[in-house]
Design a protein around this ligand. Sequence first.
Ligand SMILES: [Zn+2]
Length: 457
Amino acid sequence: MPILIALLLLFGATRAGADEAPHYTLRYDANARTMAVALCLANAAPALRFSGDDSAPRNVEAPLRSSGGVLERDGDGWRARDWRAGECLRYSADLGRIGDAQARRSMLHARATITDPAGWLLMVDGSGDAQARVELPKGIAISTPWIPLASSDGVRRFRIPHTPADWLGRVALGACDERVIAMGGGRLHVALGAGVDLAQRDKLLRWLERVGHAAIPAHGRLPLTDVQVLVIPVGPQREAVVFGQSTRGQGNGLTLFVDPAQGAGEFDRDWVAVHEFSHLFHPHLGARGAWLAEGLATYWQNVLRARSGLLTPRRAWEELADGFVRGARDTRARARELEDASAAMERDHEFTRVYWSGTAYWLDADLALRRASDGRMSLDEVLRRFASCCLPSKRAWAPEAFVEKLDALAGSDVFARRWREYRALRVFPAAPDLESPADAAIRAAIMRPLPAPKVEG
Ligand SMILES: [Zn+2]
């Protein structure tokens, strides 16, 4: 094919792809705390379905088609026939009511309106990522997991990843303080909820920068280019960080609930933030894979803090050894298999067993990889390869597919073989010997501070 025609076809196809993306215009009324949504599509379609999560039918108010065409309720969504080119779906959502209802069930009582966008932002079933322009009143900031796009006219523009509607995400609107921290080829989009003074704000930003750098492993990059970091002050607490959560709905985000009055030293001692950052290195693994996900974050929270100087290597090994003791204590006699305990964790609260069994898995695998390769292969390197092939991921991975992929990337069988063994355990795994002289050099290498990362991109 002549190059010119090939280029024209390619260019034409790219243009058509961008034009076909669903396009939102979102207008926020800060007094009424309502969002006016217009969802427009360039192309005609014989039939379309719009849906959000199972709360969307209650939250989407008076949806109407700009053509006046019929919109039928269909399960958790709406169906439209004979959609016209350029047509829009318009409705509003009372984010104040939605956010207040969610805040009563959690710690989200910040002076911002915080909602899960899957509850009110209808998506076009089967479509790819969408684009959005957001119009905000003066003095109102927005924090989203969406990918910010360049904007020349002061209007905020985003790409909205199309993820499953049941993945939690957070959009905060209000008097937040927004900052972008650029690091490791990516950007942390930090929003600090209202209620922190200037000195506290500086302290929190410095802490997030340290945590972010700690979470960039050997390859010197964040695994994702854009990460929402929503910091919510929750008043006086015994610890600097009371609770953290990583979210994947419509993009990757971390929510950290903090007591901003705690000293900088207390923030340095925190492990929650590094743990949540560590969840960025794996895809969504579902309830059956929660032991892998939580084990990775728990292993990594200690390794990464040691490497960045937030912990001594000795302390990091002690933390791991203590965790294995607690995990073993939490594993009841004739317990069900680890994978079943993982699947039922939210209901039955075998958290300690599930988290620390998973931690033993990753340490065991990391040691085995390093032993077999004379230190040339490591969990860092495998996760780096995984991030470049497969992250961010907009779908869930079956745990077996994830470990098989890691083996393919490492040229090994350590991950899948151990996964088959660990998932069926009814006892706590035989945690690796943390004193073994044969592994002393490998243990030192695991916790060794990293050279300054190469600056890439
Ligand atoms: Zn976790």
